[in-house]
Design a protein around this ligand. Structure first.
Ligand code: DAH
Length: 339
């Protein structure tokens, strides 16, 4: 019996020594100490040992068992330690490496320009409103004094959805929505996206943005329009900015004008930027046409007003000296980051 136990022990120790993984050590444990293991088999054979020898043999079995367990435990601890060390070596962090930079997006030049324009008008007591991008022919044309057969409609050919519905060609329709609410006086700007079936080039896009403005009150005159827009130009382009108004035609205003600002690059003496004229056109404006007031149930005998429309991209291109509008729509972060 003693020899048998010694043989089992030697075999177990040999196997432990030659194990190169925790799984192998576990196998050894099962093979020798497990329920069906070799040592357990010996214990089961105890019934065949004469009664007086049993304590001795029992002690011997226990000793063997303890010895195997001890060696096994040691081997496992050593193996685990080695495994951890190998892992640590693999996962080592080099604290001297440069940190990864978080790249954050950037506000679009259009957005920056829009917020700037909004800030100026809100400062003058204007409300910012939003109109729908899908309009009916009535809001986009008819109620703005552009009847069905008017040539102004051809110039603003656009995307029709079905029947009466179309993508708005101008933010001016928002004037009508606001006037129809019947709350007077009105002092509002309406920024938003507009659509025209234009070919893409350096100054055109089928989708761009406008900022509409409308003021309706008693005794509003062209002087109010001039004062307001001159102040706006100074805030936007600098204190020395001068403005001039050139007569123009818009159906929904009478009289109508286009406003130029003195070139903020050369101060008005003429340069490449203003094509040598000293002036840069930035918006259309005028006194609201009595027909427009009437159609929206405002009495032109009691109320008058002025309106204006600013091309947002034009402001962004001018302000940031960008010479191709297409850059605004490519969303290349290297471009956007510059503003
Ligand atoms: N809606 C005009 C356009 O798209 C711009 C405009 C001009 C708006 C004069 C106005 C205005 O409110 O008074 O060309």
């Amino acid at each position: 019996m003693k020899d048998k136990l010694e043989k089992i022990k030697q075999e177990a120790l040999k196997q432990i020594e030659s194990s190169d993984a925790l799984e192998k050590l576990n196998e050894v444990r099962v093979n020798f100490l497990g329920k069906k293991g070799q040592l357990t088999a010996v214990l089961k054979g105890m019934k065949d040992v004469p009664a007086q020898d049993r304590p001795k043999v029992g002690a011997l079995v226990n000793e063997t068992r303890e010895e195997i367990e001890r060696v096994l435990e040691e081997a496992m601890t050593k193996m685990e330690k080695m495994k951890r060390e190998a892992q640590m070596k693999q996962e080592v962090i080099d604290v001297t490496l440069p940190a990864k930079k978080n790249s954050v997006g950037h506000r679009h030049p259009n957005t920056i320009a829009m917020e700037e324009v909004e800030r100026i008008f809100v400062g003058m007591g204007y409300e910012v409103v939003e109109g729908p991008e899908i309009e009916t022919d009535y809001y986009n044309f008819e109620a703005l004094n552009i009847p069905a057969d008017h040539p102004a409609k051809d110039e603003q050919d656009t995307f029709y959805i079905s029947g009466d519905f179309l993508l708005r060609t101008q933010t001016s329709g928002t004037q009508v929505h606001v006037m129809e609410k019947g709350k007077l006086p009105i002092r509002m700007i309406a920024p938003g996206r507009v659509f025209r079936s234009d070919e893409v080039d350096a100054t055109h896009s089928p989708s761009f943005h406008q900022i509409e403005g409308l003021v309706i009150d008693k005794h509003i005159t062209f002087a109010d329009l001039k004062g307001t827009l001159a102040e706006f130009a100074k805030e936007l382009f600098g204190e020395d900015t001068k403005v001039r108004f050139r007569p123009h035609h818009f159906n929904f205003t009478e009289p109508s004008a286009e406003m130029d600002v003195s070139c903020f690059k050369c101060g008005g003496s003429g340069c490449r930027f203003c094509k040598g004229t000293g002036w840069i056109e930035i918006l259309g404006c005028g006194l609201v046409h009595p027909n427009v007031l009437r159609m929206s149930k405002i009495d032109p005998e009691k109320y008058s007003g002025f309106a204006f429309g600013i091309g947002l991209e034009r402001i962004a291109l001018l302000k940031y000296e960008i010479d191709d509008m297409r850059l605004l729509y490519e969303n290349d972060i290297r471009f956007l980051k510059q503003f």
